[in-house]
Write a new protein. Sequence first.
Lengths: 100, 100, 130, 130, 127, 127
Amino acid sequence: MLHTVNKTLTEKPSLLSCLRLAGAGSDILLIEDAVYSAIRGSTGARLLEQSRGKHQLFALGPDLECRGVKAAQLIDGIEVVDYAGFVALAVKNDTVHAWL
Amino acid sequence: MLHTVNKTLTEKPSLLSCLRLAGAGSDILLIEDAVYSAIRGSTGARLLEQSRGKHQLFALGPDLECRGVKAAQLIDGIEVVDYAGFVALAVKNDTVHAWL
Amino acid sequence: MKFNILINEGPYTHQASDTAFQFASAVFESGHEVVRVFFYHDGVHNATRLGAPPVDDRNVIARWVKLAEDYNIDMAVCVAASLRRGVLSDESASQSGRAIANLDQHFKVAGFGHFIEGAIIADRTVVFGD
Amino acid sequence: MKFNILINEGPYTHQASDTAFQFASAVFESGHEVVRVFFYHDGVHNATRLGAPPVDDRNVIARWVKLAEDYNIDMAVCVAASLRRGVLSDESASQSGRAIANLDQHFKVAGFGHFIEGAIIADRTVVFGD
Amino acid sequence: MSKRMMFVNRRAPYGTVYGLEALDALLAASAFDQQLCVAFLDDGVYQLLRNQNPAVLDMKDYSRTFAALDDFGVDKVYVERESILQRGLCDADLIEIRRENGSDAVSIMASEDMSRLMESQDIILQF
Amino acid sequence: MSKRMMFVNRRAPYGTVYGLEALDALLAASAFDQQLCVAFLDDGVYQLLRNQNPAVLDMKDYSRTFAALDDFGVDKVYVERESILQRGLCDADLIEIRRENGSDAVSIMASEDMSRLMESQDIILQF
C-alpha cells in the first residue's frame, strides 16, 4: 500500500496516524507541506527516522524545490521522486491511501 | 486579551501555540471543535489543567450541547458561556485574538 | 460598542460562518452593534446567490442577508479573493469579460482596506476562520 | 493502467487540485490514463466558469479543461456538494429556481455513485484533499 | 468482482462538513454491490458520541443515520480503541449501531487490528 | 489615533493560499496610517526560507515581496526563535529583510518576548 501525507506534524497530526496504522513494508510518500517533515532536526524527521526500518520513505521533489528545501537538508533514507515517480509508486502498489 | 481556539489538539496544534504565547491573566475561550479539549482525561484537558492558574478558561455552551458533551465531563475550572457570554468577554477584553 | 467581523471560510464546509452569525446575532441582542462583516479567503463563498442547500438544513447565506437587512450591516467580500474564486458582482463580471454574475445583491465588493477601515472605526474586531 | 481521481478541496485555497493536476499529467506522460476526475466537498469550486485569477498566476480551472480536452477525461462534480455551495449547471439552476448557472461546460453534475463507479472500473483510485 | 472499500472518518462533526458529507458518500456507495465498511479513528470517534443536539445551532443531527446503516447494507463499523481512550472517552460514551438481526455492528479494536484491516482494503477514502 | 495591528503568519506557504493572501492583506493595510507589524511563528517561519522556487509548480514566489516590505511602510518583522529551532532550521536559513537605511527589519525573539509583543497589540490577525 502507498500512503500519502500532505501536512506537517505542526499543521495536522496525520503523519502520526499514518505511522501508527500503516502496515510494515508499506511505502510512505510525503507531498505538499509534508515535505518539510523530512528536514533533519525537525519533530517530524525524528519520527520518520524511527520508522525507516518499517517503511520505505519518499518525498515529492517538486514540492521540495518549490519550498526551497534542498536534498542535503533531508534525513537519510528518504528517496526523492518527481510526479512520474509518484505515478510509478501508485502503479506498483495495489492501493493508494491518502491521509487527509 | 481574549484568545479563541476552535480546534482540538488532534486536529491542529493551535491550542498549544495559544497556551505558549497567551499572556498571564488573559482569557481563553474554547469554541467549535475545541470544546472537546475540555473533556476530562483528554490530551487537551491535561494541558488546560496545567494552565488554569495562568488563564481564565471558558467553553462555548451551544458547541458543547451540539456535540453531546455534558458539563459533568469537563475538567474543573472551565466556565461555560453562551453566545451572549462570548460577546461579554469580547466587550470586557480590549482585543480578541483568534488562533486559526 | 461597535464590532467589526472578519470571516475567512466558506459556508457549510467550516463552522466559521455559523459561529460568526451566532456571535453577530448575540452582539445585537446584547445591545451592541456589528458595523461591518468582511469576507476573505474562502469566506467570499458566503456571498453567492446560487447556493441551494438541502431543505432540511439551515441556509447560511439567507441568514446573513436577513440579519444585515434587520440591522443595516455593511457586508463586503474582498475583491482579489472573490475574483480568484469566481464570486463576481455585475461590475467585476463585465470587467473580467463574463456574461453573468453570482454575487448576492446584499454584498458589495471592496478591497481588504475596507476591512482595515472597519477595524479602525470599530471598538472590537473579531475573526472567524479555520 | 486506468486511474480514477477524487479532489476534495477548491482551487488556490489548498494545493490539492494543483497536486492532482500534476499527478494526472504525469499519469498520461507515463503511458497510463485518467478515466475520471470527481470533485467532492469544496472540490466542486474547481468547476466554476467565473474564476478570474490574477494574470501572473496559474489558472487552475483552465488547466483542467485543457487536460480533459486533450485526453478525453470525464470530469464531474457531486450534485449534493455543488448545490450546497452554489455551483450550478443549467439544469440544477432551473431546478432550484435560479436564472443563471456557473458550472463550466466541461464538467458534468453527477451523484457520488459516479465516483464509486469510477473506482470500480479503474485500476487505481487516488484522493487529493487537505 | 466487487472491491473492498473503507470509508474512514478522522474528523470531528460540526466543526467541518466532512463527517456529514462522508455519510452522504457512504450511502451513495451502498447502492453498488461492493464490500463496504466504515471506520472511525482520531477525532472521527467524536461523531459517535451520544446525545448530540446540533439543532441548538440549526444543524442536522446526521449521527442518527448511523443507527440505520444496516438498512443500507453497511453492517461493519470499526472504531480504534486508542482513539477513544486518548480523548478521555470510553466505549459506553458511543452510540449503539445494531444490525437488523440485533447483533452489534460495531467492533472496537486495537491499532494493530485496525492497521491489518486497512491493509486488506482495495480502496480507502478518508474524510 | 492609530491602532497597533499585527499580521501573524502561522501556516506554511504553497500548501494553502493563506500566506499569499496574508501578504496581499498586509499591503492593503499599509495604505492606512496604522502601526503595522508582521510576525512569523509555527509553520509560518517556512514562508521565510531562502531559495523558494514555486515556478516549478507554476505558482508565484510571493516571498520575494517580503524583501520590499519597507517600501510599504512595514519595517518590523518578528520571528519566534522556538518555531525556527523546532523545525530543524537556523537563523541563516531565513531570507534577509532590510529597511531602506540598510538596517535589519527582522527580530528573532524568544516566545516570552513574542507573547509580550502580542499582548501590546490592538488588533491581531492570524493567517
